[in-house]
Design a protein around this ligand. Sequence first.
Ligand code: AHR
Length: 518
Amino acid sequence: MTALKTKLLKPLALFVMATSGLNAQDNTTSITIQVDDNAPVISKHIYGHFAEHLGRSVYDGFYVGEDSDIPNTNGIRNDIVEALKGLKIPNLRWPGGCFADEYHWKDGVGPKADRPVIVNTHWGMVEEDNSFGTHEFLELCELLGAEPYLAGNVGSGTVEELNDWVEYCNYDGNTSMAQWRKANGQEEPWRVKYWGIGNESWGCGGNMTPEYFANLYRQYATYARNYPGIDIKRIASGADADNYRWTEVMMRDVPHHMMWGISVHYYTRTGWPPSGSATKFDESDYFSIMKTCLKTSEILDNHIAIMDKYDPKKRVALVVDEWGSWYAVEEGTNPGFAYQQNSMRDAMIAGLTLNMLHERADRIKMANLAQAVNVLQAVILTKDEKMLLTPTYHVMKMYTAHQDAKLLPLSFESPKYTFNGESLPAISASASKDKDGLVHISLVNIDSKKENIIEIDCTNLDVKDFTANIVVSKKLQDHNTFDNPSTVKVEDFKDFKLKKNKLTVTIPPFSVVMLEGK
Ligand code: AHR
């Protein structure tokens, strides 16, 4: 078979190949699944989300205020909470993003009438009244059953501020911080585990050099203290995309015991500022976005190679705490609000990215889609009292089955998706076995026109039967609207058969399939 060898090629060669010498008709893939006791568990925290004070993510998104006619719990929208419970969100990152480095947490606690009004200089120069602060965010996390991931301000904050925030949240005693928390209505400490130290400190978070930030990180991380009953996990602000020097300096200059993780941000976008409509695109736009998305593998592998050099035992986690698509904003919306629709193309990005994160689960222990509500590759969009679930939501819902399951390594050669003389691997796949013995296989076919046939050898799996779901639609541009919220949804999928331990799946063009075997 002449096809792209997804496992064995060097990352760059993986993504784009000249078509000469390749058989364009070949649309069959054979997947071998290994059962490897040493394979990593896919941490559920790879399925984290992100809620920044950006546009309509928090205000007029998660938070509508107690006086709203929209059903809410202390101002938090009930329908959003219910929908997100379906995604089993393991952690939620807040308050930014770029906003984190201008956020002063003390402005957001205490009686709401006394909280100062601030201006959000990064995102649309809108004024905020701080009615959503630490208590409100931690209540949201409780409602969702998610771990909070707080991002501390290094860019314009102080060490003392961060020290106080950790103490306010986590210390069970009689200090002024603990007393203040109790006076504000929270008797028990929340024991927040995940703390980001800075965000994009190379850019919006302070325009620092990695050498300068490494020193600052050591100082701030020192004063983000452990209190009885909680060992916090400190996550260093990391690189943007291919800024490998940042990771190199941080891994070299920061003692590893001070850093549970280091982050990296990678967005699927074409250039800066982000351009192109979220829903009005042609195949050329689609192909180039798929190519950019698949570049995630190369970016991750290069950061991981640097980390492996300094930390071969993989003690420090790579935390991909911002990923997703970024297009031009929807017409007529505030350019600073990053509000975009979400189509079948985004369903592809979600499936591909999650599969790529799984494959590196021995190093990647956490990731956060940017962002949950009304911003970038959102899983939920709202308009007044209306709410819709995007194609990305539906893919993530199917993929919850992989959370905390053991990775089953795969090897296969992908057929190619060819457009205008360039090729990409058409098929992406990932498999895992959960603690109840259920096997899940997620498959993505990015080919815009061609179905592909996938043959999976199940000999080692001890599985007798499969059921399956699919996210698919008629057009790549299909998306859900407030008038037609169910154009794209999860559907039953039957186009597969299991015979003599060989599972044969016919996967339609631009679709994501999840198979469950028992
Ligand atoms: O998610 C939107 C923004 O993208 C974040 O604020 C920032 O960290 C990144 O540049």
